[in-house]
Design a protein around this ligand. Structure first.
Ligand code: SAM
Length: 262
């Protein structure tokens, strides 16, 4: 296989990549889109070869594009040089990134996690906002967390918005999905502490003892942690707030907790 040039928006590969903006399509194909040479290079370096690689003329000679092309073709994928118009349609942006990769989604099973392998782990209950989720994955990567566990019905970690916000960390951090019931059962075998975060908690997050490994449980953007989830923890803590804001943004609160506990 070699690199082909594509100029038509009706090209079947272009149509298939555009369709990955829809969750239904991502769920059915198990694929997702990562935009930008940095994101694509992260994927390639961590052993995730693109199934499709699209790039504009300007990026064609970049050494990292060449490396991504080689990885794509070696894995039997399709590498195509496309027009600016196609990149703009695929990214839904007037100023698109010059390189776009399509990768296979990866989810890790709850039972495959090795709690002693990291000091801090993150669980998100019913996270709704893809920007929050992507930012949390990026922070979890930066801090060396073991995984991000999505509990209950959550937004898609492989949506274009979430992947954009991870800045490449989507390839580095294990992502786990679990129902509330599965999480409750699995949590019973957790060897360290499970730490809930609640606006109404009495314990200041700086005062709690966090036995390692610590699993931080964060609530949903609107409702926070419901009582049945808060009951699964060893301790529930609050991050003190001194001004008029009634809560912190979920990704900010998660970042504070990851670094406070870690
Ligand atoms: N109205 C929601 C509530 O009553 O919890 C606000 C949710 S807040 C935007 C999203 C999540 O961030 C919360 O469920 C909690 O996990 C965390 N969070 C935000 N501010 C916090 C704080 N000051 N202390 C502890 N956790 C906080």
């Amino acid at each position: 296989m070699s690199v082909k040039a594509v100029t038509s928006l009706t090209n079947p590969t272009v149509k298939a990549v555009r369709a990955l903006h829809l969750r239904k399509e991502r769920d059915e194909t198990g694929l997702f889109v990562a935009e930008g040479l940095k994101n694509v290079t992260e994927g390639v370096e961590l052993g995730h070869a693109p199934q499709v690689l699209m790039f504009g003329k300007d990026a064609a000679e970049h050494p990292l594009t060449r490396r991504a092309v080689a990885a794509t073709l070696a894995a039997g994928g399709e590498a195509i040089e496309v027009t600016h118009d196609i990149l703009a349609k695929v990214s839904r942006r007037d100023n698109p990134q010059a390189v776009v990769g399509v990768f296979k989604q990866r989810f890790t099973a709850l039972d495959a996690l090795q709690p002693p392998s990291a000091d801090v782990w993150v669980a998100l209950h019913r996270v709704r906002d893809p920007g929050n989720l992507g930012t949390i994955v990026r922070t979890a990567d930066a801090a060396g967390c073991g995984a991000v566990i999505l509990v209950g019905e959550c937004c898609d970690p492989y949506s274009v918005e979430a992947v954009r916000a991870t800045m490449g960390s989507i390839f580095a951090v294990p992502i786990v999905r679990a129902s509330e019931t599965e999480f409750a059962a699995w949590r019973g075998g957790w060897p360290g502490s499970v730490v809930g975060t609640l606006l109404t908690a009495e314990v200041d997050h700086r005062q709690a003892d966090y036995a390692r490994p610590a699993l931080i449980l964060m609530g949903n953007e609107q409702q926070g942690l419901p009582p049945e989830m808060a009951a699964l923890t060893d301790v529930n803590v609050k991050i003190p707030m001194r001004g008029r804001a009634d809560s912190l943004n979920l990704s900010v609160a998660t970042g504070i907790m990851i670094y406070a506990v870690g």
